[in-house]
Design a binder for this molecule. Structure first.
Ligand code: TRP
Length: 367
């Protein structure tokens, strides 16, 4: 069977290094591996509206930001189809049919939705669109017959729900849909990169993000202000690694070759960690190493962004072409879904003949 990727992001802000180590970096590797026959990368604007109903302008503004982040990370429109969710009406149609396959109590049990309802103070009144977005996400995935969905850990319940919908659909109607598998980072530090303040979540309002598009100065400032070990007051004190943001970031970004370049007195991260826990290694030295590594990683991304920023109409053109190509694929799946569900009346000559016979009337072209 063909291996197909579908994944995406809500356009509610610029993408940050958490997105990068959690999924973006992997997508580019997968794209360039040549193992996938098709790769669909979606800007999930319709999903973004499910909890930003009064903020359509924010979603609109961030489409191009996310597209620029994608392209500057190395997603290549000649290899991957980049498209906008709302431009594929077939996705909405699929969602309506899938709604029959999911119960309210099943949606209520989705841990990511539960969590988001709390975060958004939606407990008292949840918009139906928001509540049902896991079903819409199942449509996104299945419309493209995706086998593989590279996402962050928080998306696992969505993939699970999509698998259930596929299973139920294929059992009741016909084996049209493909069960997707999630692909999450193997490296624990990449699963959930904390904010620079050590808080679990990077968020714009907390000001604790490092954005892919940040200037080298801003990135450095964020790294030098990073939360470390509050008990590590003097260089000679033994330091702790657990909950130490600088070391979590090193776990996510650092490779042995970085030591040769930036800190040759250590062979690898393990040696650095041992020195830190023993005592005698200052935070500033570790932060400078991290700064060098992250700057090296972000530099080509910034450069490519500058190039793409020179021709913004071309970005929209890429998304328009991608949306047209994506729509063709989704329309094909929808047509298979509708035949399986027996709602393809006008394409089914047998149906018309059968009904004509039942009523004893004639069929055009026959008598
Ligand atoms: N829920 C994802 C996010 O919040 C975005 C998304 C929408 C998605 N549809 C998807 C991800 C389908 C993977 C597959 O970032």
């Amino acid at each position: 069977m063909d291996k197909i990727i579908l994944t995406g992001d809500r356009p509610t802000g610029r993408l940050h290094v958490g997105h990068y180590v959690g999924s973006l970096r992997r997508r580019v590797e997968l794209q360039n591996s040549g193992e996938y026959s098709k790769i669909f990368i979606m800007i999930a604007d319709a999903q973004a509206l499910t909890d930003n109903l009064e903020n359509p302008e924010k979603v609109r503004q961030n489409i191009v930001e996310v597209a620029l982040d994608y392209l500057s990370c190395g997603l290549d429109p000649t290899k991957s189809i980049l498209f906008i969710q709302s431009q594929i009406p077939e996705l909405t149609e699929l969602t309506f049919y899938y709604m029959n396959l999911v119960t309210v109590s099943r949606l209520q049990r989705n841990p990511t939705v539960k969590n988001e309802i709390q975060m958004r103070n939606f407990e008292a009144s949840i918009p139906v669109g928001f509540f049902t977005y896991p079903i819409s996400q199942a449509s996104d995935i299945t419309a493209f017959k995706a086998t593989t969905v590279p996402v962050g850990e928080d998306q696992l319940p969505m993939i699970e729900q999509a698998r259930e919908i596929v299973h139920k659909f294929n059992t009741i109607y016909a084996p049209v849909l493909v069960e997707p598998t999630a692909l999450i980072p193997q490296n624990a530090a990449c699963l959930r990169l904390p904010g620079v303040d050590g808080k679990a979540k990077m968020s714009k309002s907390l000001g604790n993000c490092i954005y892919l598009a940040d200037t080298p100065e801003t990135v450095k400032k964020q790294i030098m202000s990073m939360y470390t070990d509050p008990e590590h007051l003097q260089v000679s004190d033994p330091g702790h690694l657990e909950g130490n943001t600088v070391f979590t970031y090193l776990d996510a970004f650092c490779r042995d070759e970085h030591f040769e370049r930036y800190l040759p007195e250590y062979a690898c991260l393990q040696e650095l960690k041992e020195h830190y826990t023993r005592g005698g290694l200052g935070d500033v030295k570790v932060k400078k190493l991290l700064n060098n590594i992250i700057q090296e990683e972000l530099e080509p991304i910034r450069k490519r962004r500058k190039e793409y920023e020179k021709d913004i109409p071309e970005i929209y053109n890429i998304l328009k072409k991608g949306s047209e190509a994506a729509r063709e694929v989704a329309a094909q799946t929808l047509s298979e879904v509708k035949s399986a569900m027996r709602i393809n009346y006008f394409e089914d000559m047998d149906l018309i003949r059968e009904q004509a016979e039942r009523f004893g009337s004639s069929v055009q072209g026959e008598n």
